[in-house]
Design a protein around this ligand. Structure first.
Ligand SMILES: *Cc1c(COP(=O)(O)O)cnc(C)c1O
Length: 221
């Protein structure tokens, strides 16, 4: 049985330079996060607001905290003051709420737009059509002054069909590239978050800048 430290080292060895490993620590106890921290891991991701709030206060200050779960507008206060990057902004309604909260608190927050390409109905996110129906440069410069749009997050279909998963990542990458081309003024638009424990090697074929890996690091004992 390999340790958390060994898992991190092994995964990092498989990542090209410039790809950030975000350790998905949701549901894991503080001791396991501390173990990963002691192995040099600094980027962690949580998916539940209250758990996020508890862990950010309990662990060292130099951790970069990511949020990857569905975020309800009444839970923003648990997340926004401490978050480095929200990967899971899946609606205009949520963007508006984040903007209002940040403006009132005089802070800025970094977000990724979550896109939906997988064939499952259950997954959250903007469809390709919704994403391309908006002028993101205009929105960034007028409505979302406290929200920095930093890129795209996506998930592939949850299937063993490698070709299907590969095609999903290819589509997410295509959406990212098109948006980037259409919005040259969005200087911070450069992050592409895709790939999880079971599919990050496939995601790497399509040049993500971040992978989000949980179970391959924190294995049930
Ligand atoms: C849980 C989760 C992950 C990590 O999944 P693993 O299979 O444990 O690596 C990545 N991204 C999101 C959005 C998640 O909810």
């Amino acid at each position: 049985m390999s340790s958390i430290a060994e898992n991190i080292i092994r995964i990092k060895r498989g990542l090209p330079e410039g790809v950030t490993l975000v350790a998905v620590s949701k549901y894991r106890p503080l001791e396991e996060l501390q173990e990963a921290y002691d192995a040099g891991q600094r980027a962690f991701a949580e998916s539940r607001p209250q758990e996020f709030a508890v862990k950010t206060t309990a662990l060292p200050d130099d951790i970069q905290w990511h949020f990857i779960g569905h975020l309800q507008t009444n839970k923003l206060k648990f997340v926004l003051p401490w978050v480095a990057l929200i990967h899971s902004v899946d609606s205009i309604h949520l963007l508006d709420a984040i903007q209002n909260w940040c403006a009132a608190a005089s802070i800025k927050v970094n977000v990724l737009l979550e896109v939906h390409v997988a064939k499952e109905e259950t997954k959250q996110g903007f469809s390709r059509e919704e994403i391309f129906s908006k002028d993101w440069t205009e929105l960034q410069n007028t409505q979302y002054k406290n929200v920095t749009i930093c890129g795209i997050m996506g998930m592939a279909s949850n299937t063993d069909d490698v070709d299907r998963v590969d095609a999903d990542f290819e589509e997410i990458k295509d959406i990212f590239d098109c948006l980037k081309r259409q919005n040259p003024e969005l200087k911070e638009f450069k992050e592409l978050s895709m790939g999880m424990s079971h599919d990050w090697q496939i995601a790497l074929r399509h040049s993500p800048t971040m992978v989000r890996i949980g179970s391959s690091i924190f294995i049930d004992k």
